[in-house]
Design a binder for this molecule. Structure first.
Ligand code: ZN
Length: 114
């Protein structure tokens, strides 16, 4: 499962950050995941919960995932819109010159500690 390795690398970052901030307990981890990042949300949550028990620092933490929609800006007419799939024509003029603005990201936005 690909999400297992994603969860592992996210946890590495969380643990590092918590240690650097002398936190004794992490309560929440906010993650931003783009629709195009290729990550199954439920699988990632499952993987996170499975691994977190091994670390006292994050044992009681919860991962909160924010979905990031696919948005793009058309180079021809300048319109910015939200899309549902990867290869798309501009919703306004139909040109295939839409530059992807968001949708591919996968990052931790916030770590809540005690
Ligand atoms: Zn356009």
């Amino acid at each position: 499962m690909h999400e297992m390795s994603v969860a592992t690398s996210l946890i590495d970052i969380v643990l590092d950050t918590a240690k650097n901030n002398n936190a004794s307990k992490v309560t929440k981890v906010f993650v931003k995941i783009g629709r195009l990042a290729g990550i199954e949300k439920d699988a990632l949550l499952f993987a996170y919960d499975a691994i977190k028990d091994e670390y006292g620092l994050i044992k009681e933490s919860e991962m909160v995932i924010e979905d990031v929609p696919i948005t793009g800006k058309c180079h021809k007419c300048g319109k910015t819109d939200t899309y549902t799939e990867m290869f798309f024509a501009c919703s306004s003029c139909g040109a295939y010159e839409v530059e992807l603005l968001t949708g591919e990201e996968m990052s931790i936005t916030e770590i809540e500690v005690d």
